[in-house]
Design a protein around this ligand. Structure first.
Ligand code: BES
Ligand code: ZN
Length: 469
């Protein structure tokens, strides 16, 4: 049988299994594996067991649900039948999701998947359970129709959206179990549904909570309004000083470790700009773009750090009215990081700056909110990156764009740091699919293309690796 026949066989298997593949994705989507809320710990564990069972049925071996007290399980599976000459690839996905409530504006229950116009709606559809299933269905198809040309290891995480603590310690403590030649993280989205795009850079992230305290307790705003500094107002005054009129972050030292893009890279990134601008308008529907005027939209999210207020709370904002002068107000803040910016150092700089901005009429406290990971820029031209580029081109019939992404996948930096693996990021979502928001969905044709991309990737990587050794 020729390589072409084999590929054809696998494609036929995928076509014949289409309905079952969608139904299996729906089954996983029905499990509310929300890692950011403790009351869903049992659901996260159930999703892990479901995936382990699916891995076994797909033909993977040494399948294991790796548990650790107080943390979400990892799921591991491997197939090493290609032999020691063939390369080994470590695949990463996450199966946990962000919270979702019908009241957030969902048209249907976020954990009861429904298909409308070729789109499958459910929390986790694009971020990132479709990626989990693309990986498992592709390897199932390959193993069902002859052997794989590469060895594969899968490590799926259940707390990417919260702390990432379990996988970070696992990678540090058990590097030998994850020994491989290459790594692939399959997650994320592209700016266009028909134009494939490969991501080579992710921003890092650090997050914190700012608490501003005024009086010891909530007060009557008639009695004390005018002589007690309202903490909600003080918080807004502090927050308003964190950016200047050019949308630049005012924290001293914030940009010290930022590396400016070279002219060549700027020119390359500009190639993807028309797609990114179109997507910006389509997805955001905001009246006008905002940000640093010296950088275009792609550069602002891909290569510049930011400080974002993710939420503000204080006082009474429910139905009706309460003439209260609140005792405290809080803001959740995160910074997206680039280049050599160190999460812990950025947090220190921000804490110092906020301490200086805090007026004597209130007190403030800035606390870390748990995660902190630096940015990553993957090396281009490696066998794994070349194989990914070719695989997308074959499956989508178009040369992929190369992008810098604004989002973060905390484990990617540590794969590079701890395991030293050349890596590729393989996203199959579309940015307009509502990740983290209401009515999250995934395009079923993109899922299908994702499976085909992976089938091409296995063959292509075996070839690229052989050529590189
Ligand atoms: N899938 C995203 C990350 C992502 C987004 C990658 C866009 C590539 C393109 C991931 O699930 C995510 O949302 N990560 C969080 C990490 C945070 C909670 C530590 C993020 O970026 O906000
Ligand atoms: Zn996410």
């Amino acid at each position: 049988m020729t390589d072409g026949d084999l590929l054809q066989d696998r494609r036929q298997y995928v076509a014949d299994s289409e309905n079952r593949f969608v139904e299996e994705l729906c089954e996983l989507l029905r499990i509310p594996s929300i890692s950011t809320r403790a009351e869903h710990a049992a659901d996260v564990a159930r999703a892990a067991r479901w995936i382990a069972e699916k891995m076994r049925r797909a033909g993977l071996e040494a399948v294991e649900v790796i548990t650790k007290e107080g943390q979400c399980p990892l799921v591991y599976g491997e197939w090493l039948g290609a032999g020691p000459q063939a390369p080994t690839v470590l695949f990463y996905c996450h199966y946990d999701v962000q919270p979702a409530f019908l009241a957030d504006g969902w048209r249907s229950d976020p954990f009861q998947p429904v298909i409308r116009d070729g789109k499958l709606y459910a929390r986790g559809a694009v971020d990132s359970k479709s990626h989990v299933m693309i990986q498992l269905h592709a390897v199932e198809a390959a193993l069902a129709k002859g052997a794989l040309p590469i060895n594969v290891k899968y490590l799926f995480e259940g707390e990417e959206e919260s702390s990432g603590a379990h996988i970070l310690s696992f990678v540090r403590e058990q590097p030998q179990k994850l020994h491989a030649d290459y790594a692939v993280a399959s997650d994320g989205s592209m700016p266009d549904r028909g134009q494939p795009a490969l991501v080579y850079a992710l921003r890092g992230i650090v997050s914190c909570e700012l608490r501003v305290q005024g009086p010891a307790r909530d007060l009557h705003s008639g009695h004390y309004g005018g002589n007690v500094h309202n903490p909600a107002q003080a918080l807004c005054e502090i927050l308003a000083q964190l950016h200047d009129e050019n949308s630049t972050v005012t924290v001293p030292g914030f940009y010290d470790q930022v590396i400016e893009l070279g002219e060549t890279e700027r020119a390359e990134l500009a190639q993807a700009l028309p797609w990114i601008e179109r997507e910006w308008h389509e997805v955001t529907e905001a009246p006008q773009a905002w940000g640093e005027s010296d950088y275009n939209l792609h550069e602002r999210t891909g290569a510049r750090p930011t400080l974002e207020i993710n939420g503000i709370a204080g006082g009474y904002a429910e139905e009706g009215f309460k003439t209260v002068l609140p005792a405290q107000a809080i803001a959740k803040i995160s910074c997206r990081l680039v280049a050599r910016q160190e999460p812990a150092q950025i947090l220190r700089l921000l804490a110092d700056h906020i301490a200086r901005l805090t007026p004597p009429t209130v007190t403030s406290e800035l606390r870390s909110a748990g995660y902190g990971e630096p940015a990553v820029v993957l090396e281009l031209g490696t066998a794994v990156m070349e194989a990914a580029l070719t695989a997308y081109e074959r499956a989508w019939g178009k040369k992929p764009l190369l992008l810098r992404e604004g989002g973060s996948i905390p484990i990617v930096a540590s794969f590079e740091r701890e395991l030293g693996l050349p890596m590729a990021l393989m996203p199959f979502g579309y940015k307009g699919c509502g990740a983290h928001g209401p009515n999250e969905h995934v395009y079923l044709d993109m899922v299908q293309k994702g499976i085909h991309t992976m089938l091409h990737f296995y063959d292509e990587l075996a070839r690229q690796h052989a050529a590189a050794v």
